[in-house]
Design a protein around this ligand. Structure first.
Ligand code: GLC
Ligand code: CA
Length: 585
């Protein structure tokens, strides 16, 4: 592991303009559900611009904007009709420019979502492909195959799409196209140089407009190598996904695409950044996406998938910091996004493996009778986990509404659901609409201040107490807690390292350079609170005691603080302290 001052992890948090992303707090906006400026029930870009003050006061470093491109919304905007325009329902390119300038004026960077694995079926390329014969160059931008059977009326393979249902769709002339996601999302053929060129054009289009980075959707899916005789779904499932040779996923040559993208990013000053959404088999495979010759960073979903458990958290933190050190990247941390049940609700479910557990978070997603949720405990655990996470080296990805402590909205009537995974899995999966309900800004009024009229997904009555208005003036609110934590984080983050202090199996304790430390009690009983001034706590703490399911940040007593400051990274244990053996990742 490199340990010199040229190691990017040794750069101060705010020094090099090209390193802004390394420890950034990035706030994900799902634009259709954030704020509706023109009162048509759909959030829009002008709504974001109007709320820049809120984002600034929250203390985030960057916004990640989910797709805002023209789309029929077959998959919440991840079905893109045109990569270089704005959905007219969300605004215009001029609105985009105003939003970008307003964000930059507030010192907030902008990351946009880019969706390279598939277009929508309304994209001009796909329309042209449908209107063109088999074997045409228009069809060669996608993945077409002849159907089986004498007349091609049988699918080329029995593959199942990510949202359920078949992954091949007939086009009426004996040919079928591959759509790994919804039918309306035909997969692109990345062997086609025209596809490659067009995405480079898109990257330059947004970079020229001042975008600071890209979140790359399904980054592990672009390179595909389909054999002449297609394997069955069962055969696909049985393949080893870690070899780089799987026909569909995480193929080694996918990195050639991102090396080309990197050369575009590096045309800009500071270079544009990127973060891969890559659901791959191992952390080792994931970190290839985070290479400095590639996208530079990759989502690490490990904490998101973990139970609220000290040992699991520690193992995940240690291995991800080690992996990112190997690639020179910084790791990412995330608990919630637009694809998963909100973490306050996941932590409110009966623990996995407990006698009261049914199917964990999937119980909510299956739309079964709502399990008994421990709402208060869920939020307490979510706040503790978040505070532990915000203290870590690396960048923190936050999802709109988590700063309000929002729970998943579980009881959306079927008739109002929008997510394709609901429609493609009747009775099995209620989909992801429950975390995409428009935000409550006001205690009351139409759509709780989201807009002047209604909201495109129904908001429950309890949103009132979780509204920005209700939380703004309450010093104990989750909003106040996030604001305080993010402000402190900005002040405290220095070089990217931590040391573990051993405590017991339910308490995690780590020290950061610069004289601060983070202690989290995952247990159900209180624990001794180490010495130091409490800077912030996820729940109220008593004198000398750290309550159960609570995390704190401590200003470390000066001797230790100055030692950390002077050495930058410490490897040795504190002499004579058996119980406080520091361990570096
Ligand atoms: C990603 C997105 C998800 C979308 C899918 C297909 O996983 O996060 O929302 O449905 O890609 O584009
Ligand atoms: Ca609107």
């Amino acid at each position: 592991m490199p340990d010199t001052l040229t190691d990017p992890r040794d750069r101060p948090a705010t020094g090099d303009p090209g390193s802004w992303w390394r420890q950034a707090a990035v706030y994900q906006i799902y634009p259709r559900s954030f704020a509706d400026a023109n009162g048509d029930g759909i959030g829009d870009l002008a709504g974001i611009t109007e709320r820049i003050g809120y984002l600034r006061d929250l203390g985030i470093d960057a916004v990640w904007l989910s797709p805002f491109y023209p789309s029929a919304l077959a998959d919440g905007g991840y079905d893109v009709d045109d990569y270089r325009d704005v959905d007219p329902r969300l605004g215009t390119l001029a609105d985009f420019d105003s939003m970008t300038s307003a964000l930059h004026a507030a010192n907030i960077k902008l990351i946009v979502d880019i969706v390279p694995n598939h277009t929508s079926d309304r994209h001009e390329w796909f329309r042209e492909a449908l209107a063109s014969p088999r074997g045409s160059s228009a069809r060669n931008r996608y993945i077409f195959r002849d159907g089986l059977g004498v007349d091609g009326s049988l699918p080329p393979a029995d593959w199942v799409s990510a949202f359920g249902g078949p992954a091949w769709e007939p086009v009426g002339d004996g040919q079928w196209y591959l759509h790994y996601f919804a039918t309306e999302q035909p997969d692109l053929n990345w062997k086609n140089p025209e596809v490659r060129e067009d995405f480079l054009k898109t990257l330059r289009f947004w970079s020229d407009r001042g975008v600071d980075g890209f979140r790359v959707d399904v980054a592990h899916g672009c390179a595909k190598e389909l054999p002449e005789v297609l394997p069955s779904q069962a055969e696909l499932d049985a393949l080893d996904a870690t070899t780089g040779q799987h026909p569909l996923w995480d193929r080694d040559e996918v990195h050639e695409i991102y090396a080309e993208w990197r050369s575009v990013f590096n045309e800009y000053s500071p270079p544009r950044t990127a973060v891969a959404e890559a659901w791959v088999a191992t952390p080792d495979r994931r970190h290839r996406y985070a290479s400095i010759d590639g996208l530079g960073q990759a989502f690490n979903f490990d904490l998101l998938e973990a139970d609220f458990d000290a040992a699991s958290f520690r193992g995940i933190i240690t291995s991800n910091l080690a992996q990112s050190a190997r690639t020179g990247s910084s790791t990412t941390w995330v608990f919630s996004n637009h694809d998963v049940v909100r973490h306050a609700t996941r932590y409110a479910l009966p623990p996995r493996g407990s006698s009261t557990e049914k199917q964990g978070a999937s119980w909510l997603l299956t739309g079964g009778t709502a399990p008994v949720l421990d709402i208060e405990g869920g939020l307490r655990r979510a706040r503790a986990a978040t505070l532990l996470m915000l203290g870590l080296p690396g960048s923190a990805y936050l999802y709109q509404g988590e700063e309000l402590g929002l729970q998943e909205v579980a009881d959306i009537p079927d008739a109002e659901r929008q997510d394709p995974s609901f429609f493609r899995n009747p009775g099995v999966d209620v989909g992801r609409d429950g975390c995409r309900v428009p935000l409550p800004w006001k205690r009351s009024g139409p759509s709780f201040g989201f807009g002047a009229t209604g909201a495109h997904l129904p908001q429950p009555g309890w949103f009132s107490d979780f509204s920005v208005e209700a939380e703004e003036d309450d010093t104990t609110s989750t909003l106040a807690f996030y604001r305080q934590a993010l402000a402190l984080r900005k002040d405290l983050q220095t070089v990217e390292s931590l040391e573990w202090i051993d405590s017991d199996e339910t308490v995690l304790h780590y020290v950061r350079p610069g004289g601060w430390s983070v202690v989290a009690n995952f247990g159900t009983r209180d624990a001794p609170l180490p010495a130091g001034e409490v800077l912030i706590a996820s729940s109220p703490v008593g004198e000398g005691r750290l309550p159960s399911e609570t995390a704190v940040w401590l200003k470390t007593p000066s001797a230790q603080g100055s030692r950390l400051r002077s050495s930058g990274r410490c490897r040795r244990s504190t002499p004579g302290s058996r119980h406080r053996r520091p361990r570096r990742y």
